[in-house]
Design a protein around this ligand. Sequence first.
Ligand SMILES: Cc1cc2nc3c(=O)[nH]c(=O)nc-3n(C[C@H](O)[C@H](O)[C@H](O)COP(=O)(O)OP(=O)(O)OC[C@H]3O[C@@H](n4cnc5c(N)ncnc54)[C@H](O)[C@@H]3O)c2cc1C
Length: 425
Amino acid sequence: MITHTARHSAVPTGLAGTGTPFIGAPRVLARPAAAIVIVGGGFAGATCARELRRQSDRLSITLVEPNRRFTACPSSNEVIAGLRGMEAQEFGYDGLKRDGISIVQQDAVAVDPRARLVRLRDGSALHYTRLVLAPGIDLRLGAIPGYGAAAVDLMPHAWKAGPQTMLLRRQLDAMDDGGLVVISVPANPFRCPPAPYERASLIAHFLKTRKPRSKLIVLDAKDAFPSQRQFQAAWQDLYPGLLEWVPLSSGGAVTDVDPAAKTIHTDRGRHRASVANIIPPQKAGAIARLAGVTDRTGWCPIDPISFESRLQPDIHVIGDAAIAGALPKSAFAANSQAKVCATAIASLVRGLPPADHQLFNTSYSLMAPDYGISIASVYRPSNGQFAEVVKLSGTSPLVAPRTLRANEARNAASWFRTVTSAVFG
Ligand SMILES: Cc1cc2nc3c(=O)[nH]c(=O)nc-3n(C[C@H](O)[C@H](O)[C@H](O)COP(=O)(O)OP(=O)(O)OC[C@H]3O[C@@H](n4cnc5c(N)ncnc54)[C@H](O)[C@@H]3O)c2cc1C
């Protein structure tokens, strides 16, 4: 907790006097009800911190996040297609600080569940009553032979928004008209299942308007994807002859890549790309494995009522890192999960059982700047996992007038503004 203990005596440089609950911090605050440490200040972690504060001012809440500013993935496909500036994706943590949440700008490098300690990069440690891990994803570099750490500079994944997003955009800008763009999409589960197809659509829009003699091939390790019929109808309508989707059964799975030669191999042949966007398989962020909360899949099994790990007591996992059944790995879902988890923690620290609940998810995708669709569903804990219970009527129809598609594109932008201002504003 916040009070002095003998386990660690250092206050990290630059953080003394901020009220941060480091072990050994000389300052002793009024005794809080519990110390909650949250690792990861993305959609899940930052939401959880604010929701905990909203529910109780007796909790000490500390958010551990190495970056001064968060870079959001939703809408980053528009940045790649030159439709939006990168600065529109970036958010700071001042709103959380104003709520009295301590921000520790460091990586968590280890967790000791028995001692209830989170160890930080500078050697100091934080004690927790309950720990929330929200580290998002790591890429499984090496899972596709040839696609290791050095390859990402030549064939960007752009699946964590930031420099990779801008690298892919620059490569598209520099490409000659008449070039070939290849996107490779992994098998499930991975972050944001519809996003590769939104990316394909928006890159196709970029090519159609800026480099119309070019071609885009999507190599997919699956035979089906979300809103497939809506996407394919839009591709037929907007990008005929420009965008080709190659499913698993037609040789879509990438077997290996040669980044220097910009070549992608499948079991049916090879593609020499001008620009290659390899979206590799993924797993929970590394700290989850170090905390002992991942299973053999590389993701984190949780109890869907409380988001408590099934492998370590008093550690909760939310967001993309968690195995949440039918609930997709999305920012919308991460935000919903975080609120449920915060509510559960607020009950548990009072000695009360967490309440049953249902969760919502809406995923928006753009096929062109003024052409959007959405899928909306309700999920409920069932047999130890989340099951989809209702598809909401908000899901976009297969056939619709362009005014409806334009309206959905506006809704997508408005959702992004609303969620980022609620989480970071
Ligand atoms: C191209 C693309 C488009 C997308 N579009 C949408 C969309 O339209 N709608 C939607 O709902 N979702 C979308 N998503 C998905 C969405 O971005 C993720 O589902 C969401 O970011 C998950 O939230 P999270 O908090 O789990 O992870 P993140 O948002 O990635 O946050 C994880 C945070 O943890 C921090 N962290 C990691 N390890 C540590 C550590 N050891 N110590 C401290 N901090 C750590 C990271 O720095 C990061 O800030 C999209 C994703 C992509 C790639």
